[in-house]
Design a protein around this ligand. Structure first.
Ligand code: S3P
Length: 172
């Protein structure tokens, strides 16, 4: 039996939408790491980037991931850059199966729209190019120890694809 389920992948992969649906399906608790970081900081993600830079945000992200140690029954949506750090990957893999929601940059750009709330996208004239570059830079980190799920389709289909890898958690 899996203790937790972890979702990783690019901004716009659908981690939060899919995570919420999946948690409901499993009867588990949904944890959105970015929201945890915002709650702890008392700032939004763009405010954290503005006040402390990306390095400050990454330090908070590492803390939030370390704080999950020992918890169970969670569906965890990570931020798109969380698994770039090998120690974060190790910690996340220790919590349960990791699913890489593999979305194409074109679909991710459609889903993220103007990129508001996402400092790494919001000032971009060409979000598809930016997301393509991020995907190429992160591809190995996303794939490391993860089950790859095609995430270009609707959230329900992504949930079903993940559930197929969790046979012991299927109620019918
Ligand atoms: C980031 C993705 C964001 C958030 C932060 C940095 C990234 O999360 O953690 O803006 O580095 O790709 P989402 O993937 O939930 O948008």
């Amino acid at each position: 039996m899996a203790d937790n389920v972890i979702l990783v992948g690019l901004m716009g992969a659908g981690k939060s939408t899919v995570g919420r649906l999946l948690a409901k399906r499993l009867g588990w608790t949904f944890v959105d790491l970015d929201s945890e970081i915002e709650k702890d900081a008392g700032w939004t993600i763009p405010e954290i980037f503005a006040e402390e830079g990306e390095a400050g945000f990454r330090a908070r992200e590492r803390e939030a991931i370390a704080a999950l140690n020992g918890r169970t029954g969670l569906v965890i949506a990570t931020g798109g850059g969380a698994v770039v750090d090998p120690e974060n990957r190790e910690r996340l893999q220790a919590l349960g199966p990791v699913f890489w929601l593999d979305v194409s940059p074109e679909i991710a750009a459609e889903r993220t729209g103007s990129g508001s709330g996402r400092p790494l996208l919001s000032a971009e004239a060409d979000p598809v190019a930016r997301l393509t570059a991020l995907l190429e830079a992160r591809r190995e980190a996303y794939a490391d120890g993860a089950i790859q799920i095609d995430a270009d389709g609707p959230a329900e289909a992504i949930v079903a694809a993940i559930m197929a890898h969790l046979p012991e958690h299927q109620s019918t």
